[in-house]
Design a protein around this ligand. Structure first.
Ligand SMILES: NC(=O)c1ccc[n+]([C@@H]2O[C@H](COP(=O)([O-])OP(=O)(O)OC[C@H]3O[C@@H](n4cnc5c(N)ncnc54)[C@H](O)[C@@H]3O)[C@@H](O)[C@H]2O)c1
Length: 265
C-alpha cells in the first residue's frame, strides 16, 4: 500500500533533477504522475525510465511560461487519472545578474516562467481540488527565497514571492481542505555537465563567487559537508503532500544541510 494510492499528481519540470526525483517518489507511493516538462528529450526519457520501473507516469510537453500548456497539462491529468490531488510547481527560469544587468525582457521572462506559472497552475488546479474536497500543493522555492544572494535579482524576487504566495494560498484554501506549502532547498547536485565535473569559470562568475572553486570545495561549505541529492528534496516534498501530514500548511521547509542556519562571522 502506497501513501498516495489512487491519487493524481502533476510535477512541472519533471524531466530532470529535483522534478524527476519527485515524479519517481510520488509514483513509487502509488500516484499517477503527469510529467509536465518543456524538453521533449528529457520528458520522453523520464517517462520511459519510470515506466520501466513499473510506475504510472505520462509525459505531457509543457512550457510553464505558456498558459495554454499549463491548462493542457491539468486537463490531461484529470482525463488520464480521473482527478487531480497534488501539484508540484518545480520548473523555473534562471537569469543571473544584478538589477542593473538584467534586461527588461529577461526580467519579464523570469517573472512569467518562475512566478506567474505558479499563480496560473494553482489558479486552474485548485477548482479540481475544491470539487474533490481537498488537495496538496508544493512549490519549489529556494534558500534564496529566504535570504539574499548576489547577482540573483530575478531569482531572489521570484523565489521570495513564491514563499509568501504559499502562505496566502494556505490561508485562502484551508477551508477547502487544500494544503499549500513550499520547499527551500540549498545547493542540490543536479549537474547537467555529464561525466565532466570541472566547473566552468563562468559558473562561479555568474554566481559572484570571488574565485572559481570545485564542487567539492563548495560542498564543504555546508555544515553537513556535502550538497543535497535530488532524492532528499523529493523525500521532503513527499512528506508535505502525504495526507497523513494533514496539519502542515503555509510552511516554507528548508532542506539545505544547515547552510543558512550558520552565520559566517
Ligand atoms: N539544484 C539546486 O541547487 C536548487 C537549489 C534550490 C532550488 N532549486 C529549485 O529546484 C527546482 C528544480 O531545479 P533543478 O536543479 O532540479 O533543475 P534542473 O535543471 O535539473 O531541471 C529542471 C527541469 O525543468 C525543465 N524546465 C525548464 N524550463 C521549463 C519550463 N518553462 N516549463 C517546463 N519545464 C521546464 C527543464 O527542462 C528540466 O528538465 C527549481 O525551481 C530550482 O530553482 C534548485
Amino acid at each position: 500500500m502506497g501513501k498516495l494510492d489512487g491519487k493524481s499528481a502533476i510535477v512541472t519540470g519533471a524531466g530532470h533533477g529535483i522534478g524527476l526525483a519527485t515524479a519517481r517518489k510520488l509514483a513509487q507511493e502509488g500516484a499517477g504522475v503527469t510529467i509536465a516538462e518543456l524538453n521533449p528529450a528529457y520528458g520522453k526519457e523520464a517517462e520511459k525510465v519510470l515506466r520501466a520501473e513499473g510506475l504510472k507516469v505520462s509525459f505531457v510537453r509543457t512550457d510553464v511560461a505558456q498558459l495554454a500548456d499549463i491548462k493542457g497539462a491539468i486537463a490531461y491529468a484529470v482525463k488520464e487519472y480521473g482527478r487531480l490531488d497534488i501539484l508540484v510547481n518545480n520548473a523555473q527560469r534562471s537569469v543571473f545578474g544584478r538589477v542593473t544587468d538584467v534586461s527588461e525582457e529577461d526580467w519579464e521572462a523570469s517573472i512569467t516562467t518562475s512566478l506567474t506559472s505558479v499563480f496560473r497552475a494553482c489558479k486552474y488546479a485548485i477548482p479540481h481540488m475544491q470539487r474533490q474536497g481537498g488537495g496538496a500543493i508544493v512549490s519549489v522555492s529556494s534558500i534564496y527565497g529566504l535570504v539574499g544572494g548576489r547577482r540573483r535579482a530575478c531569482y531572489n524576487a521570484t523565489k521570495a514571492a513564491i514563499v509568501n504566495l504559499t502562505r496566502n494560498m494556505a490561508l485562502d484554501y484551508a477551508p477547502d481542505g487544500i494544503r499549500v506549502n513550499c520547499i527551500c532547498p540549498g545547493a542540490v547536485d543536479t549537474w547537467q555537465g555529464g561525466q565532466e565535473r570541472t566547473v566552468p569559470a563562468e559558473f562561479w562568475k555568474q554566481r559572484a563567487f570571488p574565485e572559481p572553486m570545485t564542487f567539492d570545495e563548495r560542498a564543504r561549505m555546508h555544515p553537513v559537508g556535502r550538497e543535497g541529492r535530488p532524492e532528499e528534496i523529493a523525500q521532503a516534498i513527499l512528506w508535505l503532500v502525504d495526507p497523513a501530514n494533514s496539519f502542515t500548511t503555509g510552511s516554507a521547509v528548508v532542506v539545505d544541510g544547515g547552510l543558512i542556519a550558520q552565520a559566517l562571522l
